[in-house]
Write a protein that binds this ligand. Structure first.
Ligand SMILES: [Zn+2]
Length: 228
């Protein structure tokens, strides 16, 4: 481990901020979950065993895209391979993984969260539930990577949820939105059979967003976000 503790200092602080915010919102409980942000070929990622709701920048480890620790004094999270896999396949800028209660509850019974609200189009629409595999394994990373195809979010069976985005703020917003939608779905399912938006309704939302210059729909490449 080399000492480059000053490297990516703002990003390490931002990861700690994001964890404390997600903790305050009830999405990160104890040491469960992990958050990372990528700057070119460096990733600032939460250390294993850290209490995330109280995280400080010195509990954020720096790794390269092969997972080699290049800064910080602590070992990175056991879900490092999942994070690196998302960066390699989707070129994301940040990742949030939580064991958020609503998403985890849905993961026990659903194969996907239907597109029950137009805001879910921010995540790409219907959110898939990735088949279960043991935490920290290549099988889990593979399962989640496939579930993320064309999406900014996936639910992980009997485990939790993951979101990714070009920026850390957006990945956090996605995590909060997904947890809200999972809660809404559960309230609705207790009353009856939740209706989902059909394809025509979803398309109309995307068209309306484009017409109003909202940068909200997922299928737009990252470089165009913020320009519409
Ligand atoms: Zn986990």
């Amino acid at each position: 481990m080399t000492d480059s503790s000053s490297e990516l200092e703002p990003e390490r602080a931002a990861v700690a901020d994001a964890c404390r915010r997600l903790g305050a919102e009830g999405l990160l409980i104890g040491t469960a979950g992990n958050v990372s942000v990528r700057v070119e070929d460096r990733v600032a990622i939460t250390a294993t065993g850290a209490v995330l709701a109280e995280l400080t920048a010195d509990q954020v480890t720096l790794v390269d895209l092969d997972g080699k620790v290049v800064g910080g004094s602590l070992q990175p999270t056991s879900e490092l391979d999942l994070h690196l896999g998302v960066y390699r396949r989707y070129g994301s800028g940040a990742i949030v993984h939580t064991h958020a209660p609503m998403a985890t509850a849905l993961s026990l019974v659903l194969d996907e969260l239907p597109c029950i609200h137009y805001q879910l189009l921010t995540l790409g629409g219907t959110v898939r539930v990735a088949p279960y595999a043991t935490f920290g394994t290549p099988e889990l990373a593979e399962s989640v990577l496939d579930a993320l195809e064309g999406r900014s979010a996936a639910i992980m069976a009997n485990h939790g949820a993951v979101t990714h985005a070009p920026t850390l703020d957006k990945a956090v917003e996605h995590a909060l939105l997904l947890e809200w939608a999972c809660g809404v779905y559960q309230h609705a399912a207790a009353l009856g059979r939740p209706r989902a938006l059909d394809e025509r309704q979803q398309l109309a939302v995307i068209e309306a967003a484009i017409a109003r210059n909202y940068g909200t729909t997922h299928p737009v490449p990252p470089e165009q976000e913020g320009t519409r």
